[in-house]
Design a protein around this ligand. Structure first.
Ligand code: HEC
Length: 140
């Protein structure tokens, strides 16, 4: 077979690049489902996420200097600014930033780091679910 039609080549290339993508392409809604699932498994008293609790967690301090809003601002649909370095942070609300909560490794890494900074401990799965539920109520 000497001549592979160009169209077929393009299709093959697309298929190959599709296979090279990480399998776990999530949406923010998928991530919320996963958090709810793991909250159910780890907390027998879990009764569902609450955007209201999430907003409260996000906007208040918890004994340390910073709240989540210190860097992500009171309006997570807007760009944030790192409270220490001044570096601009892309918006956290999925409506304003389609990449948010689509990569499990990134979500886990930053929840771990930021909850430690703000609450001096890890956030539970149900707290993470509350925060994401809150962020998903925000319209761009
Ligand atoms: C000291 C500044 C700072 C504080 C305080 C902070 N964050 Fe962040 N946050 C960042 C930075 C920097 C990133 C990574 C850069 C980026 O993703 O744009 C980030 C990323 C994230 C992400 C990654 C989301 C994704 O999928 O891309 C989540 C979730 C998050 N923060 C949640 C929180 C929560 C919840 C709090 C409060 C408990 C909080 N942050 C407090 C600076 C902060």
């Amino acid at each position: 077979m000497k001549h592979i039609p160009r169209k077929l080549m393009i299709l093959l290339a697309l298929a190959a690049s599709g296979l090279a993508q990480p399998v776990s392409a999530l949406t923010a809604a998928d991530t919320l489902k996963q958090l709810e699932q793991s909250a159910k498994q780890t907390d027998p008293t879990f009764k569902g996420v609450s955007a209201q609790r999430g907003e409260q967690l996000f906007k208040t301090t918890h004994g340390a200097e910073w709240s989540c809003a210190s860097c992500h601002t009171e309006n997570p649909a807007a760009p944030g600014k790192h409270a220490k370095t001044g570096k601009v942070i892309a918006p956290l609300a999925p409506a304003a930033n389609a990449e948010r909560f689509t990569r499990q490794d990134k979500v886990e890494k930053w929840f771990r780091r930021n909850c430690n900074d703000v609450l001096n401990r890890a956030c539970t799965a149900s707290e993470q679910g509350d925060v994401l539920a809150y962020l998903m109520t925000i319209k761009n």
